[in-house]
Design a protein. Structure first.
Ligand SMILES: Cc1cc2nc3c(=O)[nH]c(=O)nc-3n(C[C@H](O)[C@H](O)[C@H](O)COP(=O)(O)O)c2cc1C
Length: 204
């Protein structure tokens, strides 16, 4: 069981970064093999909409995306953590997601799966926002759903935390770190519970 945690915040030791590391701790406690990466350590440019992937299912841009994509495809579980930026994922996360156009093309145009026959791949999203707007995670839910669909990964759970702004404030939250650990550990379990929507944990 390989669990890959991707921290997309530009802030090292930021709130979502601390949460994804805690979630990986939970996965590790459930005997998973975990890997943590910071997206900022990879050089990944935006999709240039050349549509070459419509013919091949492969992205033609030569940068670190191929390394990262291989890690994503090799993982049984994925945890993607992002701060809320203007009601959406941060630009770093969006760049990674847009490069997933080659996955979308492979699946929906070329009708082939980039992950072959491998099943039971699941993903969790962690997002932290400074405000307490009722709709601040709506956009993230939609974006992550279409991304995970393209990847052929089941959208398993969300951990959304409101009203956390300064870097490291999350450690003062009464339950967020513990919830991250629990959801990370649950994600690594092999039992498959069929659900029509992700488990949602939203904290205030
Ligand atoms: C460019 C930018 C845009 C932001 N937009 C929002 C927003 O739309 N809603 C919100 O609640 N917080 C917003 N914030 C605040 C961050 O979500 C908040 O500080 C969060 O804790 C950062 O998480 P991180 O430490 O994981 O990077 C924004 C911050 C920045 C820098």
């Amino acid at each position: 069981m390989k669990v890959l945690g991707i921290s997309t915040s530009p802030r090292r030791n930021g709130n979502s970064d601390l949460l994804v590391r805690r979630a990986l701790g939970g996965a590790e406690s459930a005997d998973a093999q975990v890997e943590y990466i910071r997206l900022s350590d990879f050089k990944i440019g935006p999709c240039i909409e050349c549509n070459s992937c419509f013919e091949t299912g492969v992205c033609v841009i030569k940068d670190d995306y191929q390394i990262l994509l291989q890690k994503i495809l090799d993982a049984d579980r994925l945890i993607l953590a992002t701060p809320v930026f203007f009601m959406s994922v941060c630009a770093q996360a969006k760049t990674l997601i847009d490069r997933g156009q080659c996955l979308w093309a492979a699946k929906y145009i070329l009708k082939k799966s980039p992950v072959g026959e491998r099943e039971d791949r699941r993903a969790m999203v962690i997002a932290v926002g400074g405000s307490k707007s009722k709709k601040q995670f709506d956009c993230i839910r939609l974006i992550m759903k279409i991304y995970f669909d393209s990847l052929g990964v089941r959208y398993e759970s969300n951990l959304f935390v409101n009203r956390i702004d300064e870097a490291g404030d999350i450690e003062e939250h009464a339950t967020a770190m513990e919830q991250a650990f629990k959801l990370g550990s649950a994600l690594a379990l092999r039992q498959c519970i069929e659900r029509d929507r992700p488990v949602d944990v939203e904290l205030f």
